[in-house]
Design a protein around this ligand. Sequence first.
Ligand SMILES: Nc1ncnc2c1ncn2[C@@H]1O[C@H](COP(=O)(O)OP(=O)(O)O)[C@@H](O)[C@H]1O
Ligand SMILES: [Mg+2]
Length: 306
Amino acid sequence: MSETAIATRGLQKRFGPTLAVADLSLSVRAGEAFGFLGPNGAGKTTSIKMLLALVEPSGGTGTVLGAPLGDRAVRARIGFLPEHFRFHEYLTARELLRFHGRLYGLRGLPLDARIEDLLVRVDMLDAADRPLRGYSKGMLQRTGLAQALINDPALVFLDEPTSGLDPLGRLLVRDIVSELRARGTTVFVNSHLLGEVEATCDRVAFVKQGRVIHELALAGAPAGLELEMRVRPVDVEVVEGLGRFGTSVTVVGDNCVRMRVSGEHVIPDIARWLVERGVSVFALQGRRKSLEEWFVEVMGTDQRPG
Ligand SMILES: Nc1ncnc2c1ncn2[C@@H]1O[C@H](COP(=O)(O)OP(=O)(O)O)[C@@H](O)[C@H]1O
Ligand SMILES: [Mg+2]
């Protein structure tokens, strides 16, 4: 799992006067589900397109699946769900999948079987022989998702896969991402919707104006814990004394203090210390920051996710 799926250094893209991606330096491990988060216009789509060699970088370098950007053999192992796809509306879902499968060099029974599996998986079997022009946004999105997986990719890029989906559709995407991850497929998800990303991704990067400004591991052991306590009194001695158990001790209300500690094991020590000093303890609990809280903290309140 330590193999690198994507590595970039200083990737940059200018569109005339617009600097869409300023300096993208990123590393995604093979087999991980990676969330690429940022407000609209942050450069997420442009970044994916550079990784896919659909947009030529103005600067910087990168490798995808071990080869330089644009390598043809590697492209055959990549899947892509574009953000604003425009499929031929006269095709049926089955025809569209056959067309894309053939572009990947798939033929005959293996392709038929693959199409059938995917139609079932995205819940499109019933409508599979109707033309796309009669589909809802959600049906198109699910068909697009099947298209992105037709070649059983080693790496799949999903650009805003849940936009336009109802809650059930979003759940489906979430489940599919989890299945892909369980099978060792690397998943790169662009999103400004944080819920699904929080539920499925191992790691996220926050991008702002084309720069990664923060990375965060979601799966596995989190780095520390935020602790909130309601105690009385909250005086200078208490605040200073708490400092020995952790960092960022902050008084947030009359009797409320928050701080960061290395883990849950510190909580009993803090409780004992408070009680021994004669401080009344009303509440003492760890709280994990939600991805949304992280987003707002990292991006600033002017950039709340949409
Ligand atoms: N083909 C293009 N021509 C000119 N400007 C573009 C083009 N594509 C994207 N941009 C600009 O680059 C910036 C980043 O866009 P984009 O990568 O689509 O962001 P995101 O996907 O994060 O919303 C935006 O300011 C956008 O208007
Ligand atoms: Mg985009």
